[in-house]
Ligand binder design. Structure first.
Ligand SMILES: *Cc1c(COP(=O)(O)O)cnc(C)c1O
Length: 364
């Protein structure tokens, strides 16, 4: 069994993907070809955002977003320690200071009620992460940001297609950043990402920063990066859009089905709060004695993963930034989370096998 079955996805989309790739090989515009614009237009329309700017990866999207808001050394960005390193990494790379706030114990999203107490005169932005495909409490976060004049950058690397109160993830904040890493809900066959905004000036800044700060060819208006997404990767994402709605539907079904099958087993699924539509970027549960459980499952041919085993404020590279209260809920979650196989191509029978193996392993 695959943790994310990308080969099955390719088998079912092969004709369209191959055709799209060959079209690029034939027209030869490998950088900034017509597929780049086409994808940006389709994704902007999908999310409802005025602008979409594709970039080289989700990490690059976060970097360019922080550069676009002119983050300066010493500026503080309030974020969660319970995330992939890239979130805090880009803040620190620019000389900023990540201020870690603890999570909601049931969803593992940043606890919006703890944010306002952390705002200082140096705070420039809040960076919530839509972890496992579920958005944080964006209305509360946006209201705090508006009161204090802060930007909100949604790290939506795991949540393309998710929704919050009927609005799409990526279009819930000043700038939304997503990733097309192959195993994300919408993936390419290498690295890729995109940024979304409704602000014309910020969109222009992002476009310029993506190509070495050029406002016109060889006119370098600002310092930028080489951050383009290549045409072939855009072509792959375009082909995958053909059945993306079906995939979301299937993921939602599988998420509900996992919940049903796990009820009463002692394995506690992640909660999805009202008003949030989760895309199950990961299907994550809370368990005890995780290492033994993972070992038993892999013996039965069932791969699992841990997202993430150590919160960032306890990682060597970020420990210097610390946290006032030690973020105890993030620490606890990092010891108990385990992600189960999840992708649109997971079959009911496979899912039954996962749950049976899990239950057998807990009660031998
Ligand atoms: C995957 C991921 C990223 C980075 O995306 P890449 O495309 O791999 O650079 C950033 N943040 C989170 C939360 C992620 O899951």
């Amino acid at each position: 069994m695959e943790f994310v079955d990308l080969k099955a996805q390719y088998r079912s989309l092969k004709a369209g993907i191959d055709e799209r790739i060959h079209r690029v090989l034939d027209h030869g515009q490998y950088i900034m070809g017509p597929e780049v614009r086409e994808l940006e237009e389709k994704l902007a329309a999908y999310t409802g955002a005025r602008h979409c700017i594709t970039v080289a990866s989700g990490t690059e999207a976060l970097l360019i977003a922080l550069m676009a808001i002119d983050l300066e050394p010493g500026d503080e960005v309030i974020t969660t320690p319970f995330t992939f390193a890239a979130t805090a990494e880009m803040i620190v790379l620019l000389g900023g200071v990540p201020v870690f706030v603890d999570i909601e114990p049931d969803t593992c999203n940043i606890d919006a009620s703890l944010i306002e107490a952390k705002v200082t005169s140096r705070t420039r932005a809040v960076m919530p992460v839509s972890l496992y495909g579920q958005c944080a409490d964006m209305d509360v976060i946006n209201a705090i940001a508006a009161r204090h004049g802060l930007a909100v950058i949604e790290d939506a690397a795991q949540s393309f297609g998710a929704a919050y109160k009927g609005r799409k993830s990526c279009n819930l904040s000043t700038i939304g950043c997503t990733s097309f890493f192959p195993s994300k809900p919408l993936g390419c066959y290498g690295d890729g990402g995109a940024m979304f905004t409704n602000d014309d000036a910020l969109a222009q800044a992002c476009r310029e920063i993506r190509v070495h700060g050029q406002s016109a060819r060889y006119t370098h208006t600002r310092v930028g990066v080489g951050g383009r997404m290549d045409t072939l990767q855009c072509a792959v994402v375009l082909a995958k859009l053909d059945r993306f709605e079906w995939e979301l539907q299937r993921r939602s079904e599988l998420g509900a089905r996992y919940g049903m099958l796990l009820a009463g087993t002692g394995v506690e699924p992640l909660a999805v709060r009202t008003g949030r539509e989760c895309v199950w970027g990961q299907y994550t549960v809370f368990v005890d004695d995780r290492a033994a459980l993972q070992a038993s499952l892999i013996e039965q041919g069932i791969p699992t993963a841990v997202h993430y085993p150590r919160p960032l404020h306890l990682q060597p590279a970020y420990a210097q930034f610390g946290s006032d209260d030690g973020c105890p809920l993030s620490v606890r979650a990092s010891q108990r989370v385990m992600s189960l196989p999840m992708s649109a191509d997971l079959r009911d029978a496979e899912q039954d096998r996962v749950v049976k193996a899990l239950v057998d392993s807990i009660r031998p």
